[in-house]
Each structure stands twice: as structure tokens, then as C-alpha cells.
Design a protein. Structure first.
Length: 312
């Protein structure tokens, strides 16, 4: 694949949030993961409250976020087909699991099983006083690097279909688990931007940095062009169940934002709806306050994915 680095006139700061609820752990649940079961409890207890507090922070600091939302969350309910199979119109990924991909889907409703449906939180995002972007995150969080083109295409098209009921035509795509594949489908389906994890160099742009590297040595990155797509790099995964990590995160974000100004590149923090502690939200508030000051000084731009694509 041929990628071209994009030079910027000013540094850009971004926040993207993967809104998945239980779907983010669907594969692990099929494998019987105890960790996934633990996170279901966290999702039940924290995710909706986190979204509300994230929206409050966005409005407080007038900073828009890009929300990568799993398509199934746009549903208020779903039923089994006449053959008893959930979403029988959807092709299944072949993941060597002895269960159907949709075995965990309760085929019920938002009221009955709110960790599998999310129309209420999506409406909150759309009704915010800040104009956030909603990006496609596939329909059921299938790993694109482990599925066929047929499955990937169906996941994209189904997600776009359910988004239409909310008046959304997504221009940005966030790959499930940040694993990139089937890029030609994105171009075919009208997307303009996608996210990738931190790169080592242009010949191998998708090498993942370790958690230690991301937290202790945050770096700014240049966006890339791939054919008619813009690839937006992420810099820091803002996620940890450990309270002692929060101070490190705060220092890392300040350092990353300062580097962003100096290098005229992108500093981009990513997170999930299930932020594990209130300390993370406190650190985020302090960090957004600092970045807002840089913006007010004219030192940095703060954009969503599609806003950024329109700037360049």
C-alpha cells in the first residue's frame, strides 16, 4: 500500500471515543473470557454515566469529539428471524468459535438489555450543544483483519443503513480493535477518513506502540493520504483501571499537546465508553482545559475527523 505524509500548517488535537457497550467484548464473550464478563459489569455501571460526563466536558470546553459507534447500538430492539437466527441477513465471520457470531445478541430491546442497544445515548450525542461527529464502527464489531470482504462490506452497509434513521451519513470509519483491512471498501462506500494506531515509519504505518510507549513517550504523528482517503493517526490510548496511571496520563497529554504545537502534527487521544474510574474523567477535564488555552492562543486546532479532512 502506498501512503503519503500530509504536512500541516498548525498542530491538531483530536479526541475519539469508541462507543461499543457490550459489542466491544462480543468475541471475547464467545470464547468464555472472564475478563470480558468483568467488563460487562463495568459497562452496566459506568458507560452511560461516562457518556453523559464526556458530553458535559465537551460542552464545558467547547471541544467536539469523534464518536465511533457500533451500528447495533442504533437499534431500540431486534428480533430473531423466522428461522430463529438473529440477524440472518448478515454474513458471519469465520473465527473458529463454536458459537454463532450473534449468539450473545439478546434479540430484545433497549429497556430489557441496555448494554446491547444504545439509541438513547446516541440521541444525547446528537442533541449536544457541541457538534460532535458520529463515525461508523461497523455493525457488530467484527475484526476486519479476520473476516472476508463479504462480511466487511455487509458490516459497513448495515451500519450505514441503521444510521440513516438518525439522519447520519458517516464520512469517517473507525476499525474494530483498530485492525485495518479492506480499505478499498471504505473508498467504495464513500468514506473520507479512517483512524490508525501509531506508526513506526511510513513503510509500515500501522505498527502498534506498546502501552508503556504510548503513556510515557507520547508522540505526535503526521496524517497520511491513501488514494482518496485520509488516515488520521492516534497517539495515546486513554484507558486504565489503575488509579496510579492517571497522573502519568495527565503529564503525557500535556507533553503531547505541546509537541503538537511545536511539530505541527496531530496529537490524538482515544478511549472507550467504559472508562474505568472517575479519576480518568478528572484528568481528561484538566487536559481539555489546557488544550483549550492553546486553541484560544491560536497555537492549535481542535477538530473531529471530518472537520480535519475539510481543512486540508
Amino acid at each position: 500500500m502506498s501512503f503519503k505524509e500530509i504536512k500541516l500548517d498548525k498542530g491538531v488535537f483530536m479526541v475519539s471515543i469508541d462507543l461499543e457497550l457490550a459489542w466491544g467484548f462480543n468475541y471475547e464473550l464467545l470464547l468464555g473470557s472472564k475478563t470480558a464478563e468483568k467488563y460487562l459489569k463495568i459497562i452496566r455501571e459506568r458507560s452511560r454515566r461516562n457518556v453523559k460526563r464526556l458530553l458535559d466536558l465537551a460542552e464545558r470546553f467547547k471541544i467536539p469529539f469523534t464518536w465511533g459507534i457500533v451500528g447495533h447500538l442504533f437499534l431500540t430492539s431486534c428480533n430473531r428471524s423466522s428461522n430463529g437466527i438473529p440477524h440472518s441477513d448478515m454474513p458471519r465471520p469465520d473465527l473458529n468459535v463454536n458459537k454463532d457470531w450473534y449468539a450473545n445478541d439478546p434479540c430484545s430491546s433497549l429497556d430489557a438489555d441496555p448494554i446491547w442497544y444504545g439509541a438513547d445515548v446516541i440521541r444525547q450525542i446528537l442533541e449536544s450543544r457541541v457538534e460532535h461527529e458520529v463515525a461508523c464502527h461497523s455493525f457488530s464489531h467484527v475484526d476486519f483483519s479476520k473476516c472476508s470482504k463479504e462480511v466487511a462490506l455487509a458490516e459497513v452497509r448495515k451500519c450505514k443503513e441503521v444510521m440513516k434513521d438518525f439522519g447520519i451519513e458517516p464520512k469517517s470509519f473507525i476499525f474494530p480493535k483498530n485492525r485495518i483491512a479492506h480499505l478499498n471498501i471504505l473508498e467504495q462506500e464513500g468514506f473520507k477518513v479512517f483512524r490508525f494506531k501509531a506508526k513506526s515509519h511510513l513503510k509500515h504505518p500501522f505498527r502498534e506502540l506498546s502501552l508503556v510507549e504510548q503513556v510515557l513517550f507520547p508522540t505526535t504523528r503526521s496524517p497520511l493520504n491513501f488514494k482518496n482517503l485520509v488516515a488520521v493517526p492516534s497517539s495515546l490510548l486513554f484507558q486504565s483501571p489503575h488509579i496510579y496511571d492517571t497522573l502519568i496520563f495527565q503529564l503525557a497529554i500535556k507533553k503531547g499537546a505541546d509537541l503538537c504545537v511545536k511539530d505541527r502534527k496531530i496529537f490524538h487521544i482515544t478511549m472507550h465508553d467504559y472508562l474505568e474510574t472517575d479519576y480518568l474523567l478528572l484528568v481528561l477535564a484538566n487536559s481539555l482545559s489546557y488544550v483549550r488555552k492553546l486553541r484560544d492562543q491560536g497555537s492549535i486546532e481542535i477538530t473531529t475527523f471530518s472537520m480535519f479532512q475539510e481543512l486540508i
